[in-house]
Ligand binder design. Structure first.
Ligand SMILES: O=C(O)CCC(=O)C(=O)O
Ligand SMILES: [Fe+2]
Length: 250
């Protein structure tokens, strides 16, 4: 069996009890968009990873950074287009790239939700940059309803990992797992954003379809993964503090 990123002395884990490998295609959840062939150019993905590492994760104990935009006021605008809105230029550039890359994949309304055309009412974004070592994950959650609006876009950098989707609130129903490779992008909107919890199990390797649609699986080792996710702040939610945060990383 083929193993990616095989380190010396590594012993392959036993085959999982549930041998169904995680899918390499997006699960059939309305409002969830993921296409493994929509990848950021490798050079861009590498440079983003490096930029996040040197900007945010140079200290051992930092594994999550939250960045908040604020809506530009008339006073900001009068300072000229260089007035800061809160996201660093490399993340603003990433948003422009994502807009172009996702254009063919998304329904027009979803694309407009994520990347409103010029002249739309101003809104503020929030970005979370997460750092995961192999073995780390994020508990299943629905991104905070009181704080964030509809339309979440996420980028995986450095390592692939499997994301699990389960009906929100512990409701019964089938769960779905999808492998998110380095450089890939996912979008959660509508039902996928509100009706499903997403999470990443704290594992060192994932059991993944050998190739798209294959019944056979193979182990894919995790390496350091950085994710960048963007969402909309609801009005008033740029005042930080007070609200419990559902995103427990482990
Ligand atoms: O790492 C990811 O792709 C998911 C992060 C996430 O769900 C979050 O920050 O809310
Ligand atoms: Fe999330």
């Amino acid at each position: 069996m083929e193993i990616e990123s095989l380190s010396s002395g590594y012993t392959e884990p036993p085959k999982p009890v549930d041998t169904t490998p995680s899918s390499r295609l997006g699960p059939p959840i309305p409002g969830l968009y993921f296409d493994p062939s929509v990848l950021l150019p490798d050079e861009l993905a590498e440079s983003l990873l490096q930029k996040c590492m040197e900007t945010y994760f140079y200290e051992e104990n930092v594994n999550q950074v939250m960045l908040f935009e604020r809506v530009m006021t008339r006073d900001d605008a009068s300072l000229g287009s260089s007035a800061s809105t809160g996201l660093p230029p490399f993340l603003r550039d990433l948003l422009s790239t994502l807009s172009a890359h996702l254009h063919p994949l998304l329904p027009r309304d979803t694309h407009k939700l994520l990347f409103p055309p010029a002249g739309s009412p101003p809104r503020a974004r929030q970005a979370i940059v997460n750092f995961y070592r192999p073995g780390e994950g994020i508990a299943p959650h629905v991104d905070l309803l009181e704080r964030f609006g509809d339309g979440i876009v996420g980028v995986s950098l450095g390592s692939g990992c499997v994301m699990r989707f389960a009906p929100a609130g512990g409701a019964a129903g089938p769960q779905h797992t999808v492998f998110l490779p380095h450089g890939s992008v996912y979008v959660m909107s509508g039902e996928a954003r509100y009706g499903w919890a997403h999470g990443i199990e704290g594992r060192r390797e994932d059991w993944v379809q050998a190739c798209v649609g294959a019944a056979e699986g193979r182990w894919v080792m995790r390496a350091i993964r950085v994710s960048v996710t963007f969402r909309w702040l609801l009005p008033g939610a740029d005042v930080v503090g007070g609200l419990p945060d559902a995103d427990a990383k482990y």
